[in-house]
Design a protein around this ligand. Structure first.
Ligand code: FAD
Ligand code: NAI
Length: 475
């Protein structure tokens, strides 16, 4: 026997579960399949984001930030905290509890929206009676039929060739989030988003952290003025980042890991560490999906080929999130999920790729939206730039965190905001104002004329907008 639905979603990460909810809101009969299993063997919807990504990493970043504050900054406020210690087991247990709250929240949302959830693996099969077929394997084995299928199977960590993850010594993001004791020496390969976030967590807890990065430029995709400011802060914290390296043989044994590499000067080096985190990007999850059964086109990376509307080459099959082109971000996956559900309903869902914000949750945080100064130069766009340092912001001084700046880039002729780049406290929250402004095609002057609460970090945003016209008030 098979079960028939209007929409079947494969994967319950941010792309999949949000697509399922939006489709249900639009009146469709929806099923969602996900294979993630928790330690007790139960379902753990939420995907990479909830289980081994956004949520647990932010939980550990928060715990380690508290520890760092207690150790190094409480005294500035007159607070003496003698013998501050970190119970790593408790930190991990709290992180696991936060993850579980999110898993449970999604199961509740499925119920609330009358979505049929199947815990198991979904694979495409030849269509039956004009309907797409998805076979569910696992405890809830079932054949599902639907007119519309949304694939949201996400991505997995990319391993270095010849060095598979054992999650004991050589760790992916998964193992990196459950190291049971602070390693004395921690090595990371790749100083991208995961490298910097995870490196920060364990550095704050006392590990001697070295990150090896293949590219000669630090955070090449980030506005270079912002990246340089961030690098200065990381150097000061003792986070060692070696750029322009070529990683060679990696030996892993009971005692730890040994990484042979050539540094930027061409000298042969060896880095010995207790653990190695490999954070060199992610690969789309399409193995086991049986894409060939329906002739679904994949690109050379294994990603599902989609058009601007997330349509695959097979009518009625859509794909969203990390498994398709574009930035691998939870909020991008969610927006695509909503847009696809709306398109299935005949509406005009839309994702504006020009206004997708990026955030790196280090300290200082790094956040941006739109184009960098380097991109504008490469594109031959005439622009004006304005910056404002948090050093001159009263709230930042009161917080005791004056690192960094807000930077505005605006069109030289029209003053339209083309990019906003922030390094500093709570950049993750401040960037939203810039996203809204760019969505509404605001000019820098629009932001400069808006009343911002005092004292607040957002005043630095207003001042940076004023700086575009060379008329900051507080600097
Ligand atoms: P996923 O979240 O990967 O979900 C896919 C789901 O599909 C999984 O549950 C998987 O089990 C399931 N699945 C796969 N194949 C099948 C199948 N055949 N049958 C059934 N189920 C299947 N992004 C941010 O925006 N902000 C952050 O702060 C952030 N932090 C991150 C930190 C880390 C350490 C990592 C690794 C990633 C982080 N990301 C962050 C990226 C973010 O997690 C992803 O972009 C996001 O999870 C993608 O969502 P998705 O729905 O496309 O896929
Ligand atoms: P990444 O793409 O951010 O960074 C990978 C880094 O590894 C790059 O700097 C790259 O040059 C380097 N690299 C690649 N191969 C190498 C090699 N052989 N030797 C040395 N260096 C090498 O990928 P990362 O950090 O693995 O994260 C994957 C994705 O997950 C991110 O791109 C992002 O989309 C998402 N993510 C988002 C977060 C956020 O939004 N805050 C947090 C963490 C992850």
């Amino acid at each position: 026997m098979s079960k028939e639905f209007d929409v079947v979603v494969i994967g319950a990460g941010p792309g999949g579960y949000i697509a399922a909810i939006r489709a249900a809101q639009l009146g469709f009969k929806v099923a969602c399949i996900d294979e993630w299993t928790n330690a007790k063997g139960g379902p753990a919807p939420g995907g990479t984001c909830t289980n081994v990504g956004c949520i647990p990493s932010k939980a550990l970043l928060q715990s380690s930030e508290h520890f760092d504050q207690a150790l190094h900054h409480f005294a500035d406020h007159g607070i003496s905290a003698k013998s501050v210690t970190m119970d790593v087991g408790q930190m991990l247990a709290r992180k696991d509890a936060v993850v579980q709250q999110n898993n449970d929240g999604i199961l509740y949302l499925f119920k609330k929206n009358k979505i049929s959830f199947f815990h198991g693996r979904g694979a495409l099969d030849v269509s039956q009676g004009g309907l797409h077929t998805v076979q569910v394997s696992g405890a809830q084995a079932e054949t599902l039929l639907a007119k519309q299928v949304i694939i949201a199977t996400g991505s997995s960590a990319r391993a270095l060739p010849g060095t598979p993850f054992d999650e004991v010594q050589v760790l992916s993001n998964d193992g990196a989030l459950r190291i049971g004791a602070v390693p004395k020496k921690l090595a990371l390969i790749g100083s991208g988003v995961i490298g910097l976030e995870m490196g920060s967590v364990w550095r704050r807890l006392g590990a001697d952290v070295t990150i090896l990065e293949g590219l000669p430029t630090f955070l090449g995709a980030v506005d270079q003025q912002i990246a340089k400011e961030a690098k200065k802060a990381f150097d000061k914290q003792g986070l060692k980042i070696e750029l322009g390296v070529k990683v060679g043989e990696i030996k892993s044994g009971k005692k730890g890991v040994s990484i042979a590499y050539t540094n930027a000067k061409g000298e042969a080096q060896t880095l010995d560490a207790d653990k190695l985190i490999v954070s060199i990007g992610r690969v789309p999850n399409t193995t086991g999906l049986n894409a060939q059964a329906v002739g679904l086109a994949l690109d050379e990376r294994g990603a599902i080929v989609v058009d601007a509307e997330c349509k695959t080459n097979v009518p009625g099959i859509w794909a969203v999130g990390d498994v398709v082109r574009g930035p691998m971000l939870a909020h991008k996956a969610e927006e695509e999920g909503v847009a696809v559900a709306e398109r299935i309903a005949g509406q005009h869902g839309h994702v504006n790729f020009n206004t997708i914000p990026w955030v790196i949750y280090t300290s200082p945080e790094i956040a941006w939206v739109g184009r960098t100064e380097q991109q504008l130069q490469a594109d031959g766009v005439a622009y004006k730039a304005g910056t404002f340092p948090f050093l001159a912001n009263g709230r930042a001084r009161a917080l005791g965190d004056t690192t960094g700046m807000v930077k505005f880039l605006a069109d030289a002729a029209s003053d339209e905001i083309l990019g906003v780049h922030i390094v500093g406290p709570l950049a993750s929250e401040l960037i939203s104002e810039a996203v809204v402004a760019m969505e509404f095609k605001a000019s820098a002057e629009d932001i400069a004329r808006i009343c911002h609460a005092h004292p607040s970090l957002s005043e630095a945003t207003k001042e940076a907008a004023l700086a575009v016209d060379k008329r900051t008030l507080n600097f």
